[in-house]
Design a protein around this ligand. Structure first.
Ligand code: FEO
Ligand code: CA
Ligand code: CA
Ligand code: CA
Length: 732
């Protein structure tokens, strides 16, 4: 069986548009030696974190012998003084001294008392995963629960619903002996297990007010799974279009499931937004299919990465149904078989790649695919700062090399009356509005270019694609963005909005093609060689921008680069933010501003993993324009934010072996922070030989690797990173 675990190195790279940057720069071939000057100050300057002391490992006990200090939880710390966690390769979650990390929800954990606890050696049936945690936990949000009304309460910390994505699967540890494919067909039970291990979890949590201990409420009526088979509605301009007409829903109003849910978002009215990222890889398309397609269909399929002759990642389309309907498997084959699209699944891929709204408090209505926000490899979706005098906007990235940053601006201004408005509020703010794509200029300015039918040349005579409706523009948003000359970015992943000033931050995780296939520009200014052999923008960066006039409807913005990822030892024209051993990082990916204004940055890295496992850092950024012009090792001028010291950026956590740290949310009292450990042990050779034994390594050294949610609290029950805002200990 050659079904390999998915790895982001397999991420598609389909942007063949001629969009270039504002000047062509010859790639400068500079040797590794000239770039990586080792500095004399390679030594660790500050005190070591307690990562090796063993007193703060995961699975630690909840002993709370101290009294929580009095502190205004909403006050943003001015600096950090927790002890930074060291870079390390340990197979545990490491947190700063005084903090504790506990595993809350791991692959296969039961969310219904009728289903027994997980057992590595007795993997349960495929259908049972409708009542168990999915795999590869990713983006996540906490929603306070009013236990009387059963609705959203933004101030509630002791009761809440935690909603999270299960991006993909690590097939090695999902099946009793890893995945199989006898006679070229995937067994039905394995495919059902895989489809159910995708999607979203909604779980009810309880937090003890004194100890801050957090637990899953296993018998909650709110607990549920949304999977790759759950019924969903289309809303917005593409709903009812022939582009999403399938044999399942000939009128194009519904589809089944969501998958490859990566980053996330939440709405001000209390619903969850999940994103469909590398959805295209789940479909197969035959070599012969091009002959049955119109020229424009072939343009679109190629631009989204489903060329004729593409195999699917997991082979779901090969299963033969014994218990389920055969149609549930056939739909992963995107071939034109019948005379009309309403009689086959040629349009199956068009029914994915959307932002999906889920009301965690409402079990009756179907989740909604919000088509007005466009279709691409959606990574994250962040609402603008809430102001009743401004339109609501959502900022989004398309995570592939050389893809774009988008914003959707609602036609409606925000009203606080819509809090708890559920899908009705979603209809109000997310069905009608305008989609824009970003174009960055080298002078620190940028433009939002509208993607509307018949605007900016998006019509039948367009040379990139003959757009005939707004449904065309949105379903093939990448082609529309190509046509208007958007700026190709270094893999836009998560987006964060600074609650203090509305500035928008976007992680650009890395790009091996930068400086070669994708020319350098000021917004994507680095091409260098990594000590371990990578090239291009090896370590990634975080760009930020401020809308001109501080309004979401602005058509222009001002930008700089808040942070350049780098190894501390690298030359200053690569390590442009001045990172040191307490805060150096590579491949920023997950990112979130908590409501106080602390920025959390997480990594999904392959370039620094000889030295350290992936991590999360806490940051206190300044603002756009607080730095200066700089020139990178490639000779590219750029605009970098203020130099960063370790009082304003320091490592808060490291994960176990071969994992990514992703997903971050907190209870509104700031006393519990949740993170996900995705794909520990992803390079394991086989089921029998896990390369990570996390999360059970403390109790069972032979355990299999499992993705899991971790909750981190302070041993004294205090506010997370609130050490510098404490006033006085509470008298007990
Ligand atoms: Fe799923 Fe782009 O990370
Ligand atoms: Ca990601
Ligand atoms: Ca990533
Ligand atoms: Ca990953």
């Amino acid at each position: 069986m050659t079904n390999m675990p998915y790895n982001e190195d397999q991420e598609l790279d389909n942007n063949t548009s001629n969009n270039i940057h504002f000047r062509d720069i010859l790639e400068q071939r500079i040797s590794r030696r000239s770039l990586i000057a080792k500095t004399a100050s390679g030594a660790v300057a500050l005190a070591l974190a307690s990562s090796l002391s063993g007193c703060n490992d995961d699975n630690d006990s909840n002993n709370n012998n101290t009294t929580p200090p009095t502190v205004d939880p909403n006050q943003k710390p001015s600096t950090f003084n927790f002890k930074p966690v060291n870079k390390n390769l340990d197979d545990i979650v490491t947190v700063p001294e005084g903090y504790q990390a506990n595993v809350l929800y791991a692959l296969g954990d039961s969310i219904n008392p009728a289903y027994p606890a997980w057992d590595d050696n007795n993997i349960p049936s495929g259908p049972s995963f409708q009542f168990r945690s999915g795999d590869c936990h990713d983006g996540m949000s906490f929603f306070g629960l009013n236990t009387s009304s059963g609705r959203y309460d933004p101030k509630q910390s002791e009761n809440g619903l935690l909603v999270m994505n299960h991006e993909y699967i690590n097939p090695t540890f999902l099946h009793p002996q890893g995945p199989t494919k006898p006679d070229g067909r995937r067994p039905e039970d394995e495919v059902i297990r895989e489809m159910n291990a995708h999607g979203v979890s909604i779980i009810q949590l309880k937090k003890d007010k004194t100890s801050q201990a957090v637990a899953l409420v296993q018998n909650s009526v709110f607990n549920r799974r949304i999977t790759a088979s759950t019924l969903m509605d289309f809303k917005g301009p593409v709903a009812g279009s022939t582009l999403v007409s399938t044999k399942f829903s000939s009128n194009g109003l519904q589809t089944r499931g969501t998958h490859n849910n990566c980053g996330n978002g939440y709405t001000p009215w209390g619903t969850y937004l999940t994103t469909e990222e590398n959805f295209i890889g789940y479909f197969a398309r035959s070599k012969e299919d091009d002959a049955k397609r119109k020229p424009e269909e072939i343009i679109a399929l190629n631009r989204y990465g489903l060329k004729a002759g593409s195999n699917s990642r997991y082979g779901w389309e090969t299963a033969i149904a014994n218990t389920e309907s055969q149609d549930l498997f056939d739909r992963w084959s995107a071939n034109a078989l019948a005379t009309q699209s309403s009689e086959d699944y040629r349009n199956g891929p068009n029914t994915f790649g959307w932002i999906v709204e889920i009301d965690p408090f409402d079990r009756r209505e179907n989740p909604v695919k919000r088509t007005a926000l466009g279709r691409f490899a959606h990574e994250d979706c962040r609402a603008s700062r809430l102001r009743e005098d401004d339109n609501l906007a959502f900022y989004m990235g398309d995570d592939s090399r050389g893809e774009y940053i988008y914003k959707f601006v609602s036609d409606q201004k925000w009203s606080n009356k819509d809090i708890n408005g559920g899908y009705t509020a979603g209809d109000k703010y997310m069905n009608n509005g305008k989609l824009y794509v970003a174009k960055f200029s080298n002078d620190g300015k940028g433009q939002w270019i509208e993607l509307s039918y018949n605007v900016n040349g998006l019509n039948q005579s367009n040379s990139v694609y003959p757009f005939s409706s707004q449904a065309d523009v949105l379903t093939f948003a990448r082609l529309a963005a190509d046509a208007v000359g958007a700026t190709k970015m270094d893999r836009p992943e998560w987006v964060a909005v600074n609650p203090e000033n509305g500035e928008v931050y976007v992680t650009l995780t890395n790009n091996s093609n930068r400086g070669t296939a994708h020319a350098l520009d000021a917004a994507n200014p680095r091409n260098y060689t990594d000590p371990e052999g990578g090239k291009g923008n090896v370590n990634g960066h975080i760009i930020r921008f401020r809308e001109d006039g501080d309004t979401t409807t602005a058509s222009t913005f001002t930008w700089d680069i808040y942070l350049f990822g780098a190894e501390a030892k690298m030359a200053s024209n690569i390590n442009l933010s001045g990172l040191n051993d307490n805060n150096d990082l590579s491949s920023p990916d997950g990112m979130w501003f908590d409501p106080r204004g602390v920025l959390w940055i997480q990594t999904d890295d392959g370039a620094y993993t000889d030295t350290t496992n992936c991590m999360m850092l806490a940051a206190l950024p300044g603002q756009v324009g607080d730095g200066a012009k700089a020139t990178t090792s490639s000779g590219q001028e750029t605009i970098v934010g203020a130099q960063i010291n370790d009082e304003k950026l320091r490592r808060f956590l490291t994960g176990p072996k071969e994992c990514e740290i992703t997903g971050v949310t907190m209870t509104p009292d700031y006393k519990a922070i949740f993170i996900n450990v995705q794909h520990p042990g992803e390079d394991s050779a086989s089921y029998a030989e896990p390369s990570s034994h996390w999360p059970a390594s403390q109790t069972n050294p032979a355990a299999k690797s499992r993705s899991a949610t971790v909750v981190i609290t302070r041993k004294d029950g205090g506010v997370i990173v609130g050490e510098t805002v404490q006033e006085k200990p509470k008298a007990s």
